[in-house]
Design a protein around this ligand. Sequence first.
Ligand code: PLP
Length: 398
Amino acid sequence: MNEPKVFSIPLTDVAPLPQKSIDNAKIVLASGQLFRYGETRADGQFVAQLETAFAAYHDKKYAICVNSGGGAITLALRCAGVSSEDTVLLNAFTLAPVPGSLANIGCSIELVEITENLIVDLEHLASQIKTHRPKAFLLSHMRGHFGNMEEVALLCRENDVLLIEDCAHTLGARWNGQLLGTFGIAGCFSLQTYKQINAGEGGVIITDDDHLAAKAVLMSGSYELHQQQGCIPPIDLLNQYSPTTPNFSMRLNELSAAVALPQLENLEERNAIWRTVYDTIESELRGVSCLLLPSHPHAVELAPTSIQFIVKKPREQIKKFIANSAQRGVTVKWFGASSPKGFTSVHHHWKYIEPQSLESTNQTLSGLCDLRLPSTLTFDDCRLLCNILIEELEALGG
Ligand SMILES: Cc1ncc(COP(=O)(O)O)c(C=O)c1O
């Protein structure tokens, strides 16, 4: 009998950085100037350049670089005026740093159900807005899934709810041709290794709002060196807010920006490669009867770095499928586990927020599996990976 085939590529593999990132990093290291601000002149250049380029890419007035994606969300909320007195809505499928940002502010958190397509349930959003009168809706485009952004933005606008987008997984994704992160008052991005731009750590806020931008520059820790920002908010606003705005020391360093900048320059190309990997795996898995894959309206242009599917099997069988796939080299993560592993914590694991009854979300999460997609996977790699998953699902029987 033939030995079962094994997948030998770790799904945590990432593509090597472009040569330009390496060259930039060498410039920074040789100069020793790793801090973004110079005391008497602009010693650094890459953080400011990244801000200018990020704002231009999104056609926004401002981009403010910070130390992480979670940091970007916290600052955006705070600078939009959200305080511990407020309630903020959050879609219930997201990663721990997102409710963490809200806990950092100290506001009340009310969750919104998601659908089987892993996007926010608009009916529940409308009813949560009516019930809780929130100051803001933090919409996390978790694992890159999103629905009709015009409807979300309209619902928020009509009810005076600030819309803040968590775009950690949607840099370069579009709804109806419009880039994600541009639908509300602010968009927040992560530059952590497994995101579309890999700088190790880092975050970016984009906005058109002068007040939000001025406060974010100050809070990120600009030491009155605002002239060195890539996008400078009006000086009278910076002067006005400066005495009352604390410095939270959340800056990005030059090395991370030096590495990030060339990746923004060829983002569209890399996203196209990722979409090919995603489409190949999706088309192999879509016909499998015990799997449900999220489907997207035509207006959605994904920027996927991972793929999700719901296994419609009892828990014990899902555990077996995951264990057997792991034996054959395919690491499947699961949002239905009773305790979080790695990056799979879900709302009932977050004991620092009030427990909330979310039947439809729980149903979806209980079978939800997750695979990272290195952009380096070839067509044959994708086929082999899917064959292993399908064989292990078939081996469960029933
Ligand atoms: C959906 C989502 N939002 C926000 C973040 C926070 O990003 P960071 O790790 O850069 O703080 C992450 C991190 O992986 C995430 O997955």
